[in-house]
Design a protein around this ligand. Structure first.
Ligand SMILES: Nc1ncnc2c1ncn2[C@@H]1O[C@H](COP(=O)(O)OP(=O)(O)OP(=O)(O)O)[C@@H](O)[C@H]1O
Length: 270
């Protein structure tokens, strides 16, 4: 006893989640998930559709309650949302009547931060996002990629220690997605935040992650956690990266087949 241990940024211990637990509509999404994310680590979550990846992010964000187990963030039990844990969705979900800088600092305004200070924070994070020109624009004047950069900038304005990203680039075209990945890696290097990033794209996981957690079909459990021991910046076409892509594809294939079979069975039963 008495030996100080460095806390994980996020620690999931035997986490289970059943939606509508105790009702006839009970639906088990996650079972016995154990996963630790170190401070400053980038972890991608990969798994078949419906295996509970988004559910896990909501639980870590504190937006939903667990059914069993525990989640700790920097050693503290998660029991609600906190600015240090920011969730970024696939759709940028900006407020259309506010300007870009007001969107970026909306969370700070809820915490009573002065207008002048908010404008200063917005200037900094928008510069990092390459969006200084958009400071006074409205969201509908921006492209999809720019809007998504604004939503990452909005998350950064809260100075989170953990960024929870739910397929944030899925709606973007291939070129914009590659640019956004570069932007995210810059932000990650500059801030030292931990990132948990849900993706369906094996290439994206290989391009970004320190480790990839592969989930089973629902109820989601961790099937394997794979180290991505490749130098950065990464070449996803390099032989080592190709080998890793093959390994991840193999791990995922069985689970995707299982998820489809279950979906088929449900459809034919109804
Ligand atoms: N609010 C909710 N109420 C009830 N069931 C839900 C709710 N949200 C998700 N589910 C169910 O929980 C399971 C896991 O969903 P979740 O969205 O976490 O999966 P996912 O792995 O993120 O899927 P995808 O890759 O398709 O986005 C699914 O069967 C889904 O239908």
């Amino acid at each position: 006893m008495g030996i100080a241990m460095t806390s994980s940024a996020v620690s999931c211990r035997d986490v289970g989640k059943t939606w509508a637990a105790g009702s006839p509509r009970a639906h088990e999404a996650l079972r016995g998930v154990d996963l630790d994310v170190a401070p400053g680590e980038f972890v991608c979550l990969l798994g078949p559709s419906g295996c509970g990846k988004s559910t896990l992010l909501y639980l870590i964000a504190g937006l939903e309650k667990l059914t069993s187990g525990a989640i700790l963030a920097h050693g503290q039990t998660v029991n609600g949302p906190a600015p240090e844990r920011s969730l970024i969705f696939q759709e940028a979900a900006l407020l259309p009547w506010l300007s870009v800088w007001q969107n970026v600092t909306f969370g700070l305004s809820l915490h009573g931060v002065s207008t002048e200070e908010r404008r200063q924070v917005a200037r900094e994070v928008l510069a990092r996002a390459g969006l200084s020109e958009a400071f006074d624009k409205r969201p509908d004047e921006l492209s999809g990629g720019m809007r998504q950069r604004v939503s990452v900038a909005r998350a950064m304005a809260m100075r989170p220690r953990v960024l929870l990203m739910d397929e944030p680039f899925a709606a973007l075209d291939v070129q914009t997605r590659a640019k956004m990945q570069g932007f995210l890696l810059d932000v990650w290097h500059a801030t030292g935040a931990s990132v948990m990033f849900v993706t369906h794209h094996i290439d994206e996981a290989v391009a970004l992650a320190d480790r990839v957690a592969v989930f089973t079909a629902r109820p989601g459990r961790i099937k394997a956690v794979i180290d991505v021991d490749l130098p950065r910046p990464r070449d996803v076409e390099a032989p080592e990266a190709m080998a890793l892509r093959r390994e991840l594809t193999g791990l995922l294939r069985d689970e995707v087949d299982r998820a489809f079979a279950e979906q088929e069975a449900l459809t034919s039963a109804n």
